[in-house]
Design a binder for this molecule. Structure first.
Ligand code: SF4
Ligand code: FES
Length: 240
């Protein structure tokens, strides 16, 4: 265990934890957008910015990626932190003004609208979908690509591989900006991404006749867990 100070409170943390882990454990709130408890952290959004003094010198860092150290002093809401956090949220809001999650973050910081304009975009490159697909689903169907003739990073977006995607909808579930959406109509699931639409045939329940899950997803689970193919002939509601 290591001891550090967060907002003048002495906190105990396990080796390998991040500042965010230690803060959560101690009941100290740090806002986040691109971090999820079941996924690796990448520090993409900078909403969780905190001030640290590792050697007496003040620095800003992302709480979700910075590992705890014995004796580390952390401030989660100093003037410097609030200024940096406001900027991070303003940048996100300018890019995706209609995202409910970003609007909520902005409200908490009393930001009514960004003080600058940026080209609006659906995907804010938080990488949550990429990580969920790789680390939880194991399909590795989503990657980033740069679009446009100059392959400018401003035009980067996510791309689903039709070959690898199983249509499970985990990406839409974790996406904080509704850049990926899923719609099931009759026997077809459509996943809409910033640059594409993917369609998947849904499996029909032998008992009630309801279309309930993508056939490709069920085949993936059967193969991965070596299950009997008949196991998914019925939907969860019609199983014993
Ligand atoms: S599509 Fe959504 S989850 Fe994926 S990187 Fe973009 S904003 Fe994040
Ligand atoms: S939550 Fe830490 S950088 Fe996004």
């Amino acid at each position: 265990m290591v001891k550090l100070t967060i907002d003048d409170k002495v906190v105990e943390a396990e080796e390998g934890w991040t500042i965010l882990d230690a803060a959560i454990q101690a009941g100290i709130h740090i806002p986040t957008l691109c971090s999820h408890e079941s996924l690796s952290r990448v520090g993409a959004c900078r909403v969780c910015v905190v001030e640290i003094k590792p050697n007496g010198e003040s620095n800003l860092t992302t709480a979700c990626t910075y590992p705890v150290e014995a004796g580390l002093e952390v401030k989660t809401n100093s003037e410097k932190v609030m200024e940096a956090r406001r900027l991070a949220v303003e940048l996100l809001l300018a890019q995706r003004p209609h995202s409910a999650k970003i609007q909520k973050l902005a409200q908490k910081l009393s930001i009514e609208e960004p003080s600058f304009t940026l080209k609006e975009r659906e995907c804010i490159l938080c990488e949550l979908c990429v990580r969920a697909c790789r680390e939880i689903v194991g399909a590795e169907a989503i990657t980033f690509i740069a679009q446009g003739k100059d392959r400018d990073i401003d035009e980067a977006t996510v791309v689903h591989s039709l070959e690898k995607c199983i249509g499970c909808d985990s990406c839409a579930y974790v996406c904080p900006t509704e850049a990926i959406t899923v719609e099931d109509i009759d026997d077809t699931r459509t996943i809409s991404t910033p640059g594409d639409k993917l369609e998947f045939k849904l499996k029909k329940c032998k008992v009630c006749g309801k279309y309930w899950a993508p056939e490709k997803q069920l085949e993936y689970i059967i193969e991965k867990w070596n299950l009997e193919p008949e196991i998914f002939d019925t939907c969860p509601d019609c199983r014993d």
